[in-house]
Write a protein that binds this ligand. Sequence first.
Ligand SMILES: [Zn+2]
Length: 165
Amino acid sequence: MVLPICDVCLKSGILCPGCEKKLKNGEVTLTELSIAKIIFKLGDGKLDFKRIIDGGEETIIITEKNQVGQLIGKGGKIVRAISKEIGKKIRVVGEGSDLKSVSSDLIAPARISGINIVYGRDGQERYKIRVRREDAHRLPGKPEQLNALIKLLTGEETIIVLDDQ
Ligand SMILES: [Zn+2]
């Protein structure tokens, strides 16, 4: 259990001096605190997350690869509760997942039609992520934002483009 706030605080809803200090120091944000409380309650104290990324219109929860489904909850129950509480869309991404699964998680409900390596004029390797053209309106954010998030999560440079076919 590695939620940023201790179990006692999560159970009582009142912050102990230690956790209060973390919040004051900025070690834990209010958003993280709210998310931790909901996850603790709805996940019966069994779920946790690694970190929270503010992705503009969306808040991204990074968790263990094998916990993504549980954190989303049955029929999206947990994600919906978090979204309601913090007033933003929520996306859950597995930590250490490969480029393909991170990208798929991040651009859903838009679908990827293919990924291939391209080389820039600087010789640098980038991944071109092709999104189905009919899914253009389903992209959850601007391609630049999504590229930046993918970079943050995988360290890879990507270019999201609409497929020509
Ligand atoms: Zn505490």
